[in-house]
Design a protein around this ligand. Structure first.
Ligand SMILES: O=c1ccn([C@H]2C[C@H](O)[C@@H](COP(=O)(O)OP(=O)(O)OP(=O)(O)O)O2)c(=O)[nH]1
Length: 153
């Protein structure tokens, strides 16, 4: 296993110090679970509602990496609760509160509990590109074909 990337974490003033930091549930988990810090309260997400859910944390990600915030499949499958902007992008130069944008696509209200695991954070290397203007692009067999050009199934 490669050495872990260190993410410096600052708790927001007033954040619940009892909440565990993002944590991997198994040795092979790609994502570390993020918890809702609701100040001890709960948050009801009505069908169709979008909310920015606080984690109570700020993070400092090393340059050259990003954090991707992804849904938990269990919440999505059982309740239709997911992230409308998945994966959320946390930039290495961002120093604000780490928030999770959630949406309830299910038919019933969903109650998020204080401390509930609401999403997962995946750390990934970032490749930066240089964009350059040209007069023509290389030809390929696919050409401009897309959006189902190769047929269905
Ligand atoms: O799910 C998310 C997505 C983003 N952010 C924070 C961290 C990220 O670095 C910053 C900006 O996100 P993004 O680049 O996706 O937002 P934007 O709409 O392009 O805004 P900006 O103009 O601030 O970049 O907001 C979150 O806390 N949670």
């Amino acid at each position: 296993m490669t050495a872990p990337v260190t993410i410096q974490v600052l708790r927001e003033p007033g954040a619940d110090p009892a909440l565990p930091l993002p944590e991997y549930q198994t040795a092979g988990s790609a994502g570390a679970d993020l918890r809702a810090d609701l100040g001890g309260a709960e948050l009801v997400l009505a069908p169709g509602q979008i909310a920015l859910v606080a984690t109570g944390l700020r993070v400092q990600i090393p340059e050259g990496y990003e954090m991707q915030i992804r849904p938990r499949s269990s919440l999505a499958l059982k309740h239709g609760v997911t992230l409308p902007n998945t994966p959320g992008t946390i930039d290495s130069d961002y120093r604000g509160p780490l928030g999770v944008i959630m949406i309830n696509l299910g038919a019933a209200p969903y109650t998020i509990q204080h401390g509930e695991r609401i999403a997962q954070a995946v750390i990934a290397p970032v490749t930066r590109a240089a964009y350059v203007i040209v007069d023509a692009l290389d030809g390929t067999a696919r050409g401009a074909g897309g959006f189902g050009s190769t047929g269905r199934g």
